[in-house]
Design a protein around this ligand. Structure first.
Ligand code: ADP
Ligand code: MG
Length: 306
């Protein structure tokens, strides 16, 4: 649905994008990840037709970037710092945006009520934007992106500045957007990990990794199980004992528990827990997912960047 190949962008002497690529399948949520300055916003601005690239093949829904108007009909954008009209009510803001997007009166009324409901804005729709919380303002910004019902949403760090509870709600909202193709950027891998099925990791304007999350995890080949022994004095002995097992690639002490990494979660985890239980009394054992952050650190420090 979104295709970006060989993308270059220079701002004066700054090379913001240096051969970036990005491919997003229709109907999926895709993460665009990278540290500050890696080129996420520039990529999103190019896709939004706000910034012109120096070079690159870009298309959305098969439409090439140079057909600006057609591209803009495909997309809804939440920019890095959304500019809202603080003196309007949320409802007025969304309605005026709907009209500006070219919806006729009846359709605008209809769409505004749909997005207000979908984004849980009903309670605050008659309040002035200036009085809304950061989380609610983000929802209004998302409502603007969605009101014309475009198939593609480009969200530039929509979760930044939100506290964990609001962030959770916002994630659930994004996860609930059925049938949309969503590109969501963030500098923090943890933030999008549970949201996206696939990710592109940018580093200094270049695509470092493009993959789906499960296959990334598989490639790194690490799943771990956390085991907490009843007797804290047994922790290091337990770690040493598990380290002896051929199934265990590493066993490390972390606070009150041992974290043992294995390759095959289905076969290895029950064995490791069984072994631990024979060795000592255990109070808790659970598999833990490897985070994208760990994968990223592992891959980018591994030297193999092909
Ligand atoms: N309008 C601009 N003029 C000059 N340099 C810019 C401009 N916008 C971005 N840059 C530079 O381009 C690089 C990529 O920026 P950006 O796309 O905003 O990254 P990110 O969104 O990942 O933080 C950075 O080095 C940034 O300083
Ligand atoms: Mg940015």
């Amino acid at each position: 649905m979104i295709t970006v190949d060989g993308l270059f962008k220079k701002y004066g002497k700054t090379l913001a994008l240096n051969n970036a690529s990005l491919h997003v399948e229709e109907g999926t949520i895709h993460g665009l990840i990278g540290p500050n300055g890696s080129g996420k916003s520039t990529t999103i601005k190019i896709l939004s037709t706000l910034v012109r690239p120096n070079q690159g093949d870009v298309s959305i829904g098969g439409i090439p970037l140079k057909k600006g108007r057609a591209i803009r009909q495909q997309i809804g954008v939440v920019p890095e710092t959304p500019r809202l009209h603080e003196y309007l009510t949320a409802h007025e803001e969304i309605m005026s945006y709907a009209r500006l997007s070219g919806l006729d009166k009846a359709r605008a009324v209809d769409r505004v009520s749909v997005v207000v409901k979908q984004l849980d804005l009903a309670m605050v729709q008659n309040q002035k934007i200036s009085r809304l919380s950061t989380g609610m303002k983000k929802r209004v910004a998302l409502a603007l992106a969605m009101v014309a019902d475009p198939p593609v949403l480009l969200l530039d760090e929509p979760m930044s500045g939100l506290d964990p509870v609001v962030r959770r709600q916002f994630k659930d909202t994004i996860l609930g957007l059925e049938g949309k193709t969503v590109l969501v950027s963030d500098h923090d891998l943890y933030t999008v990990e549970e949201l996206c099925t696939s990710v592109t990791i940018l580093q200094q304007g270049r695509t470092l990794i493009e993959d789906n999350i499960d296959s990334l995890r598989e490639k790194v080949g690490k799943v771990s199980v956390e085991i907490k022994p009843q007797d804290p004095a047994q922790i290091s002995n337990l770690a040493a004992e598990l380290q002896q097992m051929s199934r265990v690639t590493s066993a490390e002490v972390e606070k009150d528990r041992v974290v043992a990494s294995v390759n095959d979660p289905e076969k290895d985890i029950p064995e490791v827990i069984r072994m631990a239980a024979i060795f000592t009394e255990i109070v808790e054992a659970r598999p833990s997912k490897i985070s994208l952050e760990e994968i990223f650190i592992k891959l980018s420090s591994g030297g193999d960047r092909t």
